[in-house]
Design a protein around this ligand. Structure first.
Ligand SMILES: NC(=O)c1ccc[n+]([C@@H]2O[C@H](COP(=O)([O-])OP(=O)(O)OC[C@H]3O[C@@H](n4cnc5c(N)ncnc54)[C@H](O)[C@@H]3O)[C@@H](O)[C@H]2O)c1
Length: 252
């Protein structure tokens, strides 16, 4: 029960890694609100968590819309009676060669991954301050450090998330708010479908994964969520401004 008594808002947690985080946060005693644009996924995630005996709240939220992020943060704070932890997981990936890449797609990728992270922090930080401090965990990617062919937009947006996280950690440290990023490697969710197609399909992707990852396989969401639990817990109270990789050893 590492998060007993914590009140957490998880944004972009209807499916995949976020859903695993929601389940883990609730299992560790946190009271949670989940915000996402995917209403069906949100209902399912809230149902799953509450089937374990929790009382999670589901909030409709589009992280590209400033008013929507504002409302989700304030509603979560109201429902939970305050906010100790904000976790931002919403993400969008599109792939393609740079000379064929639409500027609108580039902007959309930045809107969800980078601008969304900013908006969550913009409204989340005051809520955490009102609670006397807390933690923000963002979600970047190994791609934000190393890039990959076809991923210029996604890599640039996740690189921006890493830089933003480092700057924000320094800015909010005097308020007793820690800020860290989680950098997943290859985690087995449908999110990677476009990247796998770009790499030439499942067989080629499996071969690349075997060669590039020392542990020899992709991770699964429940192998990444413990890092988010740890960063939100008291055990991480001296950890801030860090980029925590969960990647099977891919970056070495
Ligand atoms: N799967 C991987 O290998 C991998 C690797 C590195 C980083 N990541 C990052 O991890 C995070 C979770 O990815 P995942 O693999 O679980 O994929 P996912 O698609 O299951 O999760 C992304 C979530 O973001 C939500 N979302 C997207 N646009 C949104 C918007 N406009 N407003 C609100 N919510 C929105 C989706 O509905 C979904 O619930 C993402 O930020 C992704 O970039 C994933």
């Amino acid at each position: 029960m590492r998060l007993q008594g914590k009140r957490a808002l998880l944004i972009g947690a209807a499916t995949g890694i976020g859903r695993a985080c929601a389940e883990d946060f609730a299992r560790h005693g946190a009271r949670i609100a989940i915000a996402d644009i995917n209403r069906a996924g949100l209902r399912e995630a809230v149902g799953l968590v509450n089937a374990q005996g929790a009382q999670a709240h589901g909030l409709d939220c589009d992280v590209c819309d400033e008013a929507s992020v504002h409302d989700a943060v304030h509603e979560a704070e109201r429902l939970l009676g305050g906010l100790d932890t904000l976790v931002f997981l919403a993400g969008l990936m599109r792939v393609g060669k740079v000379d064929a890449f639409e500027a609108e797609t580039w902007e959309r990728i930045f809107a969800v991954n980078a601008r969304g992270t900013f908006l969550a922090a913009k409204y989340g930080a005051p809520a955490l301050r009102r609670a006397g401090g807390g933690s923000i965990t963002t979600t970047a990617s190994l791609a934000g450090l190393r890039g990959a062919p076809g991923m210029t937009a996604y890599a640039a947006a996740k690189g921006a998330v890493i830089a933003f996280t480092t700057a924000l950690a320094q800015e909010l440290a005097p308020d007793n708010i820690r800020v860290n990023a989680v950098l997943p490697g290859w985690i087995d969710t449908p999110f990677n479908g476009p990247a796998i197609d770009y790499m030439g399909g499942d067989a080629l992707h499996s071969e690349i994964v075997r060669r590039a990852i020392p542990l020899g396989r992709q991770g699964v969401p429940s192998e990444v969520s413990p890092m988010y639990v740890f960063l939100a817990s008291e055990e991480a109270r001296y950890i801030t401004a860090k980029a925590m990789m969960v990647d099977g050893g891919m970056a070495h």
